[in-house]
Design a protein around this ligand. Structure first.
Ligand code: ADP
Length: 259
């Protein structure tokens, strides 16, 4: 059989480049939020984005989810350009990427189980039985096997965020985007959610992009930390280097202010 260069390629093997931003500029009115941004993430890596509020970190995750578009530049995921992309291609890209938001964004009128089965059935075409089996496994993983039939609003914030993490994983994405996932939680609920994410980072080969102010967590899970300021990466490196001996005065100042 001859190979078809236009056919969808297989997911890249570990270590190959999965995400690339090339000269990406994003403006909101006069506000240039990302300024000719370049960076790439290899498959299976866990990358944390840090930097002051307003430096464009959330915008990067939203661009990857195709929730917003760049003004200039190119973003590719698994070799496919995100913009411009047709409806079908956008759907395919979204299947590769799961996102967990600060505010959980669960479907309030569905049971916990249904929150996890809805997209696998409607988007991936799984049978309801397959989707439920996968959902129950994931709820077990996040310690909520006994909450299947409850509405999410009856759960604590920490439990809701665990459901949101399980819901994202139910789509078996190649990439998991985590946007300040503990910042809406009461302090006593933060550690449990971070421990869960540490377990996921350790036990799966999912690529993770994580925006967080939890520097201990970032240090534990990251292979690489990117420090943003004014819409650019000003410094990047392994967590030991970036947290232990940063090169850039702005990084030192930012980390110092968090202590
Ligand atoms: P960070 O996650 O680093 O705090 P964001 O990506 O959320 O930064 O925001 C970067 C800048 O873009 C901020 O100045 C913010 O006000 C602005 N911004 C983000 N989204 C919008 C939007 N939809 N409309 C206008 N401005 C926006």
């Amino acid at each position: 059989m001859t190979s078809d260069p236009d056919a969808h390629t297989n997911p890249p093997v570990d270590g190959s480049e999965l995400i690339r931003f090339e000269q990406v500029t994003k403006r909101f009115g006069d506000n240039t939020v990302l300024d000719r941004l370049d960076f790439s993430v290899d498959s299976g890596r866990h990358v944390t984005l840090i930097g002051p509020s307003g430096s464009g970190k959330t915008t990067i995750l939203r661009l990857l989810m195709t929730l917003t578009r760049p003004d200039e530049g190119t973003i590719t995921v698994a070799g496919e350009r995100l913009h411009p992309a047709g409806e079908k291609q956008t759907r395919e890209i979204r299947k590769k990427i799961g996102m967990v938001f600060q505010q959980f964004n669960l479907f309030p009128n569905m049971s916990v189980l249904r929150n996890l089965t809805e997209a696998p059935v409607t988007v991936l075409g799984l049978s309801r039985d397959e989707a439920e089996a996968r959902a129950r496994e994931l709820l077990d993983l996040v310690g909520l096997a006994d909450k299947c039939d409850m509405r999410p609003t009856r759960l604590s914030g920490g439990q809701q965020q665990r459901v949101a993490i399980a819901r994202a994983l139910a789509m078996r994405p190649q990439v998991l985007l985590l946007d300040e996932v503990t910042s809406a939680l009461d302090p006593e609920l933060v550690a449990g959610v971070l421990d869960l994410l540490r377990d996921i980072a350790r036990s799966t080969d999912i690529t993770m992009l994580c925006v967080t102010h939890e520097m201990n967590f970032a240090r534990d899970i990251s292979d690489q930390v990117l420090m943003f300021d004014e819409g650019r990466v000003i410094e990047s490196g392994p967590p030991e280097k970036l947290f232990g001996d940063p090169d850039h005065a702005r990084t030192r100042e930012f980390l110092g202010a968090l202590l």
